[in-house]
Design a binder for this molecule. Structure first.
Ligand SMILES: CC(C)(COP(=O)(O)OP(=O)(O)OC[C@H]1O[C@@H](n2cnc3c(N)ncnc32)[C@H](O)[C@@H]1OP(=O)(O)O)[C@@H](O)C(=O)NCCC(=O)NCCS
Length: 195
C-alpha cells in the first residue's frame, strides 16, 4: 500500500478519468472526484463517485484522510485556477509507469505524464503541465505552468512553451522555437515563429 495520501481528482470529465487511471497505475489510492457541476454529484466515473463540489472543498478545513489534489481538468485556464486555489494540496508529479522521464528532468507539482510519453534530459515542466499520451518533450525544453502538450505532439530540443499554451495533437515544434503564453499550436501543424 502506498504511504502517500490518497487523491481526489478535480474534474470528472474525460481528462479526469485518464488522470484517475494514471493515479491508480502509479499505485495511488483515489477517493473520488470533485467537480464544479452540481448535476454530476453522486454519479460515478470508472466506478468512483463524484462526491464533492469543488467550492465546498475550498472552505472545508479537514479533508477526508488528508487527501491531496490531482488536477483532472484539461482546459488550461480552469486548471491554472484550481492549482492556484488548492496549491498546498496539489500532489507531486504523476508519471505513468509506461512513460519515460529523464532523471535530469525537473517536474513541478501537479504535472501529469501519460502513457507512452517521453520527457528527455534537462527538460523543465512547470506546475500543472500535461504531457499527454505519446507526446515528446525533447532535451532542454521548458514547458511553463499549465501548458498542455497534446497526444503525439513533439517538442524538439530547446523549445520554450509559454504558460497555458496548448500544443495540439500531433503538432511538431522545431528546435529552439518559442511559443507564447496562451498560444494555440494547431493539431497536426508545424510551428513557425512569426516574422
Ligand atoms: C485549430 C483549431 C483550434 C480550429 O478549431 P475551430 O476554430 O473550431 O475550427 P474548425 O474546426 O471550424 O475549422 C475551420 C477550418 O480550419 C481547418 N482546420 C481546423 N483545424 C485544423 C488543423 N489543425 N490544421 C489544419 N487545418 C485545420 C478546418 O478544416 C476548416 O477548414 P475549412 O474552413 O476549409 O472547412 C482546432 O482544429 C485545433 O487544432 N485544436 C487543437 C485540438 C487539440 O489538439 N486538442 C488537444 C486535445 S487532448
Amino acid at each position: 500500500m502506498s504511504e502517500l495520501p490518497p487523491l481526489i481528482v478535480f474534474g470528472a470529465g474525460g481528462h479526469g478519468a485518464v488522470v484517475a487511471e494514471l493515479a491508480l497505475a502509479c499505485g495511488r489510492r483515489v477517493l473520488g472526484f470533485a467537480d464544479v457541476d452540481a448535476s454530476r454529484i453522486g454519479s460515478r466515473v470508472l466506478g468512483l463517485e463524484v462526491s464533492w463540489l469543488q467550492d465546498d472543498l475550498l472552505s472545508m478545513e479537514r479533508w477526508p484522510e488528508d487527501a491531496e489534489v490531482a488536477l483532472g481538468v484539461g482546459y488550461n485556464g480552469p486548471r491554472a485556477r484550481i492549482d492556484a486555489g488548492f496549491a498546498a494540496r496539489v500532489t507531486a508529479p504523476l508519471i505513468h509507469p509506461r512513460a519515460y522521464v529523464s532523471p535530469s528532468a525537473e517536474l513541478a507539482p501537479g504535472v501529469v505524464v501519460f502513457a507512452l510519453a517521453a520527457v528527455q534530459a534537462r527538460a523543465r515542466l512547470g506546475r500543472g503541465v500535461i504531457v499527454n499520451t505519446g507526446a515528446v518533450v525533447e532535451h532542454d525544453s521548458e514547458v511553463r505552468a499549465h501548458a498542455h502538450i497534446a497526444p503525439n505532439a513533439t517538442l524538439c530540443g530547446n523549445v520554450t512553451v509559454g504558460e497555458r499554451a496548448l500544443v495540439g495533437a500531433g503538432a511538431s515544434v522545431p528546435p529552439g522555437l518559442v511559443i507564447g503564453e496562451d498560444a494555440l499550436v494547431k493539431a497536426g501543424s508545424r510551428w513557425r515563429n512569426p516574422r
